[in-house]
Write a protein that binds this ligand. Structure first.
Ligand code: ZN
Ligand code: ZN
Length: 354
């Protein structure tokens, strides 16, 4: 048996020598366990990626807590993942830094034909149905590899995935520079939305948030924060645009009755079951409510382009200063759920704890 850092053996010998890798598996609800297994053997359309950093996402927390409707333990999570190519080929040489596009569409439906794998109902997701970045080495379809430049930060660069969500949601809004933007929820997606929208459209952005640590973080980033929708003070008399990033149905309903009436409400959060919304309240002011679903490959590439520039520092401010090792995934999840840190985004460093 060879430990993983004998990478050189992989390209030539991995069919002949038993290489053992470690992975952190969500074994059961609220319980990760570190295990070992043989290195995966890539299919002809796949490459092996040595994972370096993995982000903890809100949807991962639902799986962890057992409240995700589709994904249940056991699972190897980690859909926000950066790493390097392990077995080089003519498409991707070894050691090229990469990010993973987790969405694998069916490839045949009308949405996949139009590069909208985000709304393919038969899609699978790396890190949910297919094993994700919490394994030291994963086999990834070639078309799901997003190459990065040599100086791209693999660590804070894991924000490419949630920023892809934000870029996609922002494209759905018909935003003009006179409108106020109000974001409900100052977690990772809410804060990234605020940072992106303020930078790109130069509009006034406010937050609705009740958690004190998140309020402090949003204030430190220069945003106005209110604990109740009724308390909002707008800068313009144009109708505002809301981005709903909490998944709280009562909060969504309160946005529908806000005056001046919303021009648009973009739902970026995840609702795991059906709720009734008061349809009549949409009519008098023709309020438009739009659902947003993940991202296209193009959105992820745009996120990577932004994080490749000096603007990265705007976004890094939400990332926790200390990484967790892959033996500490439970701690990373618990600190995110309990908001124990000043910042919201936890990162697992897959090289820490070898
Ligand atoms: Zn995510
Ligand atoms: Zn499809």
């Amino acid at each position: 048996m060879l430990p993983l850092h004998n990478h050189n053996y992989v390209s030539t010998l991995f069919t002949e020598v038993l290489i053992i890798i470690s992975f952190a598996e969500l074994e059961n609800v609220e319980k990760f366990a570190v295990k070992q297994k043989e290195i995966p053997i890539p299919k002809p359309n796949e490459v092996l990626v040595s994972t370096k950093f993995v982000g903890v996402c809100g949807s991962d927390l639902h799986v962890y807590l057992g409240s995700h409707p589709k994904v249940k333990p056991p699972a190897i999570l980690g859909h926000e993942c950066t790493g390097v190519i392990l077995n080089g080929n003519h498409h991707f040489p070894a050691n090229v830094p990469v990010a993973i596009n987790p969405l694998i569409g069916c490839g045949t439906c009308e949405h996949c034909q139009m590069d909208q794998t985000n709304i393919c109902l038969s899609r699978t997701v790396i890190g949910f149905q297919k094993e994700g970045g919490l394994s030291q080495v994963i086999a990834v379809p070639r078309e799901n590899i997003l190459p990065l430049s040599k100086d791209f930060s693999l660590r804070t660069g894991i924000l490419y995935e949630p920023l892809g969500v934000v870029i996609h949601a922002a494209k759905l809004a018909n935003l003009n520079s006179h409108q106020d933007v109000i974001i409900t929820g100052a977690g990772t997606i809410g804060l990234l939305t605020g940072i992106y929208i303020r930078d790109k459209f130069n509009v006034n952005v406010s937050f609705i948030e009740i958690n004190q640590k998140r309020i402090d973080l949003a204030l430190s980033l220069g945003f106005s924060v209110y604990t109740k929708v009724e308390d909002l003070i707008l800068c313009s008399n144009h109708r505002p645009i809301f981005f709903e990033c909490t998944g709280n149905i009562e909060l969504l309903k309160s946005l529908l009755s806000y005056k001046p009436a919303a021009a648009e409400i973009i739902i970026v959060s995840t609702f795991h079951k059906e709720h009734e919304i008061p349809v009549f309240s949409l009519l008098p002011y023709e309020i438009s409510v739009k659902g947003s679903q993940m991202y296209t490959k193009q959105d992820l590439k745009q996120a990577i382009d932004i994080l490749s520039t000096k603007k990265r520092s705007l976004y890094e401010a939400i990332v926790m200063e200390d990484d967790y090792g892959y033996h500490e995934v439970n701690d990373a999840y618990e600190s995110t759920i309990k908001n124990t840190q000043a910042r919201v985004k936890a990162i697992i460093n897959m090289s820490k704890g070898e």
